[in-house]
Design a binder for this molecule. Structure first.
Ligand code: C5P
Length: 344
């Protein structure tokens, strides 16, 4: 019995890094958005026991360290089932790209396994297993636009937003997420030291916002955006009645309104100085007409949101000229995400 599923990618519409916790993770507030780029995950279930991973990309681990292995092992345990499981990953998404590829693969394997075995793990248990496997796995059990808090693993569905054309630039650079977090800590402690020494020398003291202040600001921006959404907009994936926007541009696109609230990706502050070519890619997207462009996660993928598919194609031409690999896609509503998963 073989089940084939699409394993979609995510982008981060905004990301705020908080304090380093005692467990080694950072407090995080983020808004995830699933997009149409995807890998293919094929799960074959047979008699016997054992989990085998195969992947067309040799840089993907094909042993117990693969997130799919961990997930399948936990899922079989939760279902109290003994089976031989072969998980084949057809990789199209970049490894270490900030698009949640490995996390999405693990959730896709879980979904395929459930379907193949015709058994379901209760939703709350699935979320728990997913969060134990990685911080950005649970979002793939929700899909669409998702608020992530805690270390990113506590997920809340946000209203659906109209599908938006998206160009994802895929520079061939692998950014280590743990290193990016460590760099952030260094940068923040450096700023604090500078602010402190400023006052000691009699110079005006710099204001460095505390982690909690910054995270509070992020939450307030998302809440203000949510409270401004026209009622009923989300269910249809488009404004119900062209209800006038609160302030500028609400009717244009609620997604653009959200990213324009200032929920920027903190990782840009540490990743761009190390890889100036990534900042250049963001500028190319902006110059190419993107209404918003940002690093996704800790990168190196950079996305641009566009007013239409035609505008996205035009914008992508700038990347093509500069030799930057890219793909054109669209954001996925929750309904699209779930209906397309099995549609392959
Ligand atoms: O949860 P995940 O396995 O994706 O995390 C990979 C690494 O990224 C963690 O070991 C940790 O170093 C870092 N991380 C973090 N804070 C988070 C998420 C991840 O420091 N909120």
């Amino acid at each position: 019995m073989t089940v084939t599923v699409r394993s979609f990618a995510k982008i981060n519409l905004g990301l705020c890094i908080g304090a380093l916790r005692a467990d080694g993770f950072h407090e995080l507030h983020t808004v995830y958005q699933t997009i149409g780029l995807h890998d293919i995950v094929r799960v074959t279930i047979g008699r016997g026991s054992g989990i085998e991973i195969r992947c067309n990309d040799p840089s993907v681990p094909q042993n117990e360290s693969n997130t799919c292995y961990h997930m399948a092992e936990r899922a079989l345990g939760a279902l109290k089932v003994k089976a031989q499981v072969l998980i084949e990953i057809e990789k199209q998404l970049p490894v270490q790209g900030g698009l949640g590829g490995a996390s999405g693969n693990a959730v896709a394997a879980l979904i395929a396994l459930e379907r193949g075995l015709k058994k379901q793990i209760p939703g709350s248990e699935k979320l728990r297993i997913a969060s134990e496997t990685g911080s950005d796995l649970p979002l793939f059990l929700v899909g669409g636009t998702v608020l992530g808090v805690g270390r990113g693993e506590q997920v809340y569905p946000l209203p659906n937003l109209p599908p938006t054309a998206c160009v994802v630039a895929l520079p061939p650079i692998g950014v280590s997420t743990p290193k990016a977090f460590a760099d952030w800590d260094l940068m923040v402690s450096g700023q604090r030291d500078a602010a402190g020494s400023g006052s000691a020398s009699g110079a005006p003291k710099l204001t460095v916002r505390s982690h909690s202040d910054r995270m509070l600001m992020f939450s307030r921006r998302v809440s203000a955006w949510l409270s401004g959404l026209p009622e009923g907009e989300s269910k249809l994936g488009r404004p119900k009645s062209g209800v006038p926007a609160r302030g500028r541009g609400r009717a244009e696109s609620p997604l653009l309104d959200l990213v324009r609230t200032g929920i920027e990706n903190d990782f840009e502050q540490v990743v761009f100085p190390q890889y100036p070519e990534l900042r250049e890619v963001k500028c190319l997207l902006e110059r190419g007409g993107a209404v918003y462009a940002s690093l996704s996660g800790s990168g190196a993928a950079i996305y641009g949101l566009f007013a239409s598919r035609t505008a996205a194609e035009k914008g992508a031409a700038k990347l093509e000229k500069s030799g930057v690999p890219f793909q054109i896609t669209t954001t996925l509503t929750r309904q699209q995400y779930w209906s397309k998963i099995f549609d392959c």
